[in-house]
Design a protein around this ligand. Structure first.
Ligand code: DP6
Length: 332
């Protein structure tokens, strides 16, 4: 990238939701049907460099060093159009985005990608926005990206208008020594992307009940985090994940993200917890199982997962910080 145009690089972490976002009251603005709560993942992140280049006639995008597909570029251009509208930034951007984890590893990258893109784009334009506003802009790119802007453990409020649907930290990463040990069961790309799933969530008879109870589950989960009460945390996190997957399975058309091995891991995790290991599972829109555990149990959880033949690979992360401006460290 040439230096004469303003540029900035931002790093943002992926996150794992404990109370899930599934379904919107406004799909275009990504105003969620229910509040959600997540933890940033320190070891999984995206670094994105944005340069506002007045000689460009359109936005350009490379992902991990390769020219992005038309579909990926279109999603980013649509987002940048909204960002330009909300910030008054003019002109086109040259964007280079690199993940420190393989794209095909079955780990969602849209949260870290749109959070990093938001911070880099705004900073490169010389703007300094409040964190709350950054979270609302990132949300327009990917709902869960709003939660990758603040630090540590993060709550995303629903809101009825764009400005009120924002995310904020409830505790810094060092507040609770837990970890995410991710059992990779499949590295295939998702058959149905989250965006399409959000649009059909309302077709499930169970969605209204899931949404109605979400505020209370979030309250319980938040308090369990603040109290560092793993037993309460584990029960509500697994229950919330099961509810979301029940909605997915009963939507029209139904979405079955679990593989047989997913259920194997879920059953093992519950068994290990009964035996005294402080671990619970949560699943996103895919077959991989995030095994959340007390930090001191992570090695044991990882070893146990590796003995299961269905588990292809195990990844590990501690709680992560906020999106920040950095010097680039990742080679595409
Ligand atoms: C199952 O944020 O990926 O991971 O806004 O369409 O990009 P888009 O959806 P996305 O949805 C995340 C869904 C989830 C649950 C969660 O992270 O809360």
């Amino acid at each position: 990238m040439s230096q004469e145009f303003p540029q900035a690089t931002a790093r943002a972490h992926s996150n794992i939701a404990f109370i899930k976002y599934w379904g919107n009251i406004d799909d275009q603005l990504r105003l969620p049907a229910n509040p959600s709560l997540s933890m940033n993942l320190a070891n999984l992140y995206t670094e994105t460099t944005v340069q506002w280049d007045t000689t460009l006639i359109r936005d350009t995008l490379t992902l991990n060093g390769e020219v992005a597909s038309p579909k990926a570029l279109q999603r980013v251009v649509t987002f940048l159009d909204e960002l330009r509208q909300h910030t008054g930034i003019q002109g086109y951007a040259k964007i280079s985005s690199v993940n420190n984890f393989p794209m095909g590893a079955g780990i969602a990258s849209s949260a870290s990608a749109f959070a990093a893109l938001t911070l880099a784009a705004v900073t490169a334009a010389g703007l300094s926005l409040a964190e709350r506003q950054l979270t609302t802009i990132a949300r327009l790119g990917s709902g869960s990206a709003s939660r990758s802007i603040p630090c540590g453990f993060v709550e995303w409020h629903t809101g009825n208008i764009h400005e009120d649907s924002y995310a904020e930290s409830i505790a810094p990463p060092e507040y609770w020594e837990i970890a995410d040990v991710i059992a990779i069961i499949s590295d295939e790309h998702k058959a149905v992307v989250s965006h399409e799933g959000h649009e059909t969530a309302h077709t499930s008879d169970l969605q209204a009940a899931r949404v109605a109870g979400a505020h209370e589950r979030l309250r319980v989960c938040k308090q369990a985090i603040l109290d560092r009460d793993f037993g309460t945390f584990a029960e509500v996190v697994e229950h919330d994940s099961n509810l979301m997957h029940a909605v997915m399975m009963t939507s029209k058309p139904p979405l079955f993200y679990w593989h047989p091995a997913t259920l194997t891991v879920m059953n093992c995790v519950r068994q290990w917890r009964q035996e005294g290991l402080e671990v619970c599972y949560t699943l996103d829109a895919g077959p991989n199982a995030h095994c959340i555990c007390i930090r001191s149990a992570a090695e044991q959880v990882s070893q146990k997962l590796q003995t299961l033949s269905e588990v292809k690979e195990v990844r590990f992360s501690t709680p992560g910080g906020p999106a920040v401006i950095v010097e680039p460290t990742l080679d595409p």
